[in-house]
Design a protein around this ligand. Sequence first.
Ligand code: PNS
Length: 164
Amino acid sequence: MRRAIYPGSFDPVTNGHLDIIERGCKLFDEIIISILINPEKRPFFTVEERRDILDEVLKGIKRGTCELLVDDFEGLLVHYALAQKADAIVRGIRAISDYEYELQMALMNRRLEPTIETVFMMPAEKYSYVSSRLVKEVFQLGGELNGLVPPLVEERMKHKMTNG
Ligand code: PNS
């Protein structure tokens, strides 16, 4: 039984994240999609809203026999991963520009907890430029999000903009 943690901000979850989760399902029996609670950031969606969105959009994932769970965590990722009895941390790498930061994190995590491996996965090329940050920027400036995020995410973003 292989369990992985897929950590991130998921603010919001993008089609690139979902692509990684689908690919991760080919390698792991269970993936816990874990949202970082970061009091220093002012997110678009609250952690509860992000959990709810993830629960919904994960219903459409091709998962085979892989179990998908949604959770949140505070503090050090490796402490959380150990507590969850995870074997690995999954991170998506879109381009060389991601690699430097991801390598630093992976090596620091390995130093902190050598028993947990980091697995880098590449999303489909069509998502190589998709990031939550750009999705929010495009949305806030009135651009189309079609194909970048699941339709539910765009609906929830519109709802949040009008209703707060
Ligand atoms: O989606 P993001 O914002 O790129 O995810 C970053 C995340 C959550 C993976 C990273 O910030 C993290 O692991 N934070 C937890 C704190 C921690 O363990 N820091 C040391 C990592 S080297």
